[in-house]
Design a protein around this ligand. Sequence first.
Ligand code: NDP
Length: 234
Amino acid sequence: MSRTVLVTGGNRGIGLAIAQAFAKQGDRVAITHRGSGAPEGLFGVRCDITDAASVDAAFSAVEAELGPVEVLIANAGITDDTLLLRMSEEQFTRVLDTNLTGAYRCAKRASGKMLRARWGRMIFVSSVVGLSGGAGQVNYAASKAGLVGVARSITRELGTRNITANVVAPGFIETDMTAGLSADRKAEILKSIPAGRMAAPDEVAAVVTWLAGDGAGYVSGAVIPVDGGLGMGH
Ligand code: NDP
């Protein structure tokens, strides 16, 4: 059955791979972008997830074009790393406002229509760092850990209505976000990954499409690592 899917930050990186995977299986796919436009074959809406009015307008545009959002992928996110001693309150709150509050804004806007349809899937893209922590990432790790509480609370609130909420926790994925790592840092990271390699965005997308499918209807409130074993034990 084909569904209407919205992927925030689906114009590039992991979000784009997710959007393309849904499109490939025949779903109606919309992505948000902040000015880049939409990659071919995807319906693009301009949206800044730090602004509730912008989120509302984006959902309305998707509803008008493709119908109510049945599958929400809260993927858009940023990093702004620095050690705690140097981290300004603005750096902390900006990352939280994007990664955590942004996901809440989208989930809240999606929930009304999902409740009415008595069906929905929400998938939050977190990070291995949300559970393990990361030096220089107090803001980012807090935002990604927060998504677990969001998904689990939604599971408790909406579980009886056929709405699931899950978290995917990627490890190191080859995108713009990790392209800036120094060669030394990359080598160090690779040593700590049991799989011995970084992953392609498609490998995250495969797990996300599975979670959104009928086969995962009884999976909710789960945190699914896609990290080559990096976070084992959490
Ligand atoms: P990229 O940096 O490649 O892309 C980030 C995406 O988020 C872009 O589409 C960007 O839009 C969008 N975005 C950022 N801020 C906003 C905002 N305020 N409103 C709307 N959209 C916004 O990141 P990745 O693809 O690597 O990461 C995607 C998700 O996966 C993120 O949540 C990230 O934290 C998470 N993740 C990534 C890992 C990795 O190794 N790459 C590992 C673990 C988790 P625009 O193009 O307009 O800037």
